[in-house]
Design a protein around this ligand. Structure first.
Ligand code: ADP
Ligand code: MG
Length: 661
């Protein structure tokens, strides 16, 4: 790893598949996943290639660097290429009973030779054993797992000196093969690991077992037709057990010392991080730290998904047993002798990738923006992928995360917007109702304008001729009949004129008026039976308002007449005048029969009437509505028809601005 191949992007996000569940954020030991605009993205410089995110993503939205095509090209080029198969292969290809079939299949892909990296593990184990014996003080961190090496180089650079300056079994194997067969060899590693792809330039390509399966399938190489053949030498010894946990240690033959606490073993991203942190704080005095990012290489991210850990272990043991049945001890010893001449040393660099912790003020600000004002608001629920709200906030300041990732905050925001939507729905409904009303009024305007126009001329003719007749006729009874015709025609013309005015949406002619006196006059102008009482309540400091006297008089008398007509058996007509801010409020109440719910909706519809033919026109309330609108006011109605709900009756409330201009 002396020549670190960094910035080679190992893991990618398939954006279409990502459902932003934040599982990858949670599982990433170095927080190399950033959420931007609700999309997960791997930050190559921070990634250590452990492949946890690939393993945990249920949507298969995380994919790693695929190198099948490059390997195919290499094999086609005719350059002698050796396959180096990681010792975990029996756990992956459990369905192939005789491992020699698999070797035959790999060979058929076009490899010159197929060897097992377990021999490299033998070499490395021997070197570790020496290192362990020689070293008495400083803790040595095993450097065979590339993800661990990247982690130390980037995130605990002060521990780089503690990394064993030894290559991994893969590189050891490659160096040995080049010594034995020639430097011009091309080497392809095949194993369970993603980080291996970025580990060393001494290896040409590193495929995962999953990629090997794909490659075999593409080339249609199947187990049932493949020829069984053994691995090419060197033959491995106990290095074959390397991929199960503690494998390297077992191979080092130092079990006796483990009991003294000299050796510390940790596996899996959480345990490893804890062990390294404790070690860097000086609280551990282990001489050797055996660390693996996965739970043994047999659980690596480049393995097929469904395998179970202990079944995989037993696959390895079975293979080792099978292998040792006809183990060629002499050949092994000869190869190990040659191996002693191979240099296994390497070096590592500090490459600090730690991010600065933002100021506490910046963190507090972000916390606040997510509605977390004090520590009791920090739920630390972990839904965002970070262990605590503070860690999440730090990531937000660093541009790695977004506030929307906080589930409680997002739910709260959702509730608020639902409320807002409900509110504006209500407003919309009211506006729609108002629109319907004004449409009705517009229709009515057109209709009445048409009728009025047609009636105006014949009415004029009737008036003229009846007046002419009136001049000629001397008989008194006939004269009074004619007088009546003239009068009533005149009335018709007034009504028609009124309709024309309404249709033209005449401008209001505002006049300053004493409302109290004005309302009093309106009451006096209507005819009402004796059994109906009238009450006028005034609660105003200033009775003066600006209004169009003709129109408002028409409106008041219409409403008062309606009230009287609703009380056939007598009752009380109450008119109340109040003021609110710059508005005056006129409430006209009766103790009559009330208005049913379904009729209430039709009140302002032109020609709606419940009165007998000839009596009601159904134009009173639409006219009132128009007049109120022209004064920029509002009209409301409340009514009760059911004596069980209290006294029956109706109240029309008109709210007018004191000065509509
Ligand atoms: P009209 O009085 O010619 O029927 P309006 O437009 O004035 O036309 O009134 C429409 C209908 O509304 C009336 O027929 C009546 O059914 C109802 N209405 C109006 N005001 C009242 C009221 N104060 N009490 C009961 N019903 C009323
Ligand atoms: Mg009426």
């Amino acid at each position: 790893m002396a020549h670190n191949k960094h910035h080679k992007q190992l893991v990618f996000t398939v954006k279409d598949r990502c459902r932003v569940c934040f599982t990858c954020v949670r599982e990433c030991p170095v927080k190399a996943i950033k959420i931007i605009n609700g999309q997960a993205e791997v930050i190559s410089e921070r990634c250590i290639g452990c492949g946890n995110c690939v393993r945990v993503c249920r949507q298969e939205a995380k994919v790693y660097l695929q190198q099948i095509d490059e390997v195919k090209q290499l094999l086609n080029s005719g350059t002698p290429t050796i396959a180096c198969v990681a010792p975990s292969f029996p756990a992956e290809f459990a369905e192939i009973e005789d491992y020699r079939i698999l070797v035959g299949m790999i060979k058929k892909l076009g490899f010159e030779m197929v060897t097992e990296v377990a021999f490299g593990a033998d070499m490395v184990a021997a070197a570790y054993k020496n290192l362990y014996r020689q070293n008495n003080s400083k803790g040595i961190i095993s450097s065979d797992c590339p993800a661990i090496v990247f982690y130390v180089e980037h995130y605990l650079p002060e521990l780089v000196d503690n990394l064993a300056k030894l290559v991994s079994p893969m590189v050891a194997q490659s160096r040995f093969l080049k010594r034995k067969y020639g430097e011009e060899l091309q080497v392809v590693f095949i194993g369970p690991c993603i980080a291996k792809k970025a580990e060393s330039e001494e290896i040409d390509y590193a495929l995962t077992f999953t990629e090997l399966r794909d490659l075999l399938q593409q080339q249609q190489i199947k187990a049932d037709v493949a020829l069984a053949r053994d691995f090419d030498p060197p033959y491995a010894g106990k290095g074959a057990i390397f991929p199960v946990s503690h494998g390297l240690l077992q191979n080092m033959d130092i079990e006796a010392d483990i009991t003294k606490g000299d050796v510390l073993v940790a596996e899996g991203r959480i345990n490893v991080k804890e062990a390294l942190n404790e070690f860097s704080q000086g609280s551990l005095n282990a001489r050797h730290l055996e660390l693996l990012c996965c739970e043994g290489c047999i659980m690596g991210p480049g393995m097929s998904e469904e395998g179970k850990k202990y079944l995989r272990r037993s696959c390895i043991s079975n293979y080792v047993a099978q292998k040792f049945e006809n183990f060629d001890q002499q050949q092994w010893e000869a190869d190990m002798k040659l191996a002693e001449t191979v240099d296994l040393s390497t070096s590592f660099k500090q490459m600090d990738r730690r991010t600065n912790i933002p100021s506490s003020a910046a963190i507090a600000e972000v916390l606040k923006s997510m509605g977390k004002n004090e520590p009791s608001d920090y739920l630390d629920c972990g839904a965002c992928g970070y262990d605590t709200c503070v860690e999440h906030s730090i990531a937000i300041v660093q541009g790695l995360a977004e506030t929307e990732m906080c589930l409680p905050y997002t739910i709260e925001k959702l509730h608020q917007s639902i409320e807002k939507v409900n509110l504006s729905n209500q407003e919309l409904a009211t506006a729609r109702e108002a629109l319907k009303q004004s449409e009705k009024l517009a229709h009515m305007g057109q209709l009445s304008a048409g009728i009025a126009h047609e009636l105006n001329n014949p009415l004029g003719v009737i008036t003229m001729y009846s007046n002419l007749l009136l001049d000629d006729v001397t008989d008194d009874t006939k004269r009074s009949d004619l007088q009546l015709i003239v009068e009533q025609t005149e009335r018709c013309r007034k009504i028609v004129g009124g309709l024309l005015n309404f249709a033209r949406k005449n401008q209001v002619r505002l006049q300053e008026t004493n409302l109290e006196q004005f309302v009093d006059r309106s009451i006096k102008s209507i005819i009402r039976p004796k059994n109906i009482k009238v009450e006028l309540n005034v609660n105003m400091t200033d009775p003066y308002v600006f209004l169009d006297c003709d129109q408002v008089m028409q409106m008041l008398t219409n409403l008062e007449k309606n009230a009287v007509e609703a009380m056939p058996n007598g009752g009380t007509l109450t008119i109340t005048l109040t003021e609110k801010n710059e508005d005056v409020i006129i409430a006209i109440s009766d103790s009559g029969i009330g208005i049913s719910k379904e009729n209430k909706e039709k009140l302002f519809t032109p020609f709606f009437t419940t009165k007998e033919v000839g009596k009601g026109t159904g134009l009173g309330l639409p006219l009132c509505y128009g007049i109120v609108k022209m004064h920029k006011g509002k009209i409301d109605v409340k009514s009760n028809t059911d004596p069980e709900n209290g006294p029956t009756g109706t109240t029309f409330t008109i709210r007018l601005p004191r000065n509509p201009q």
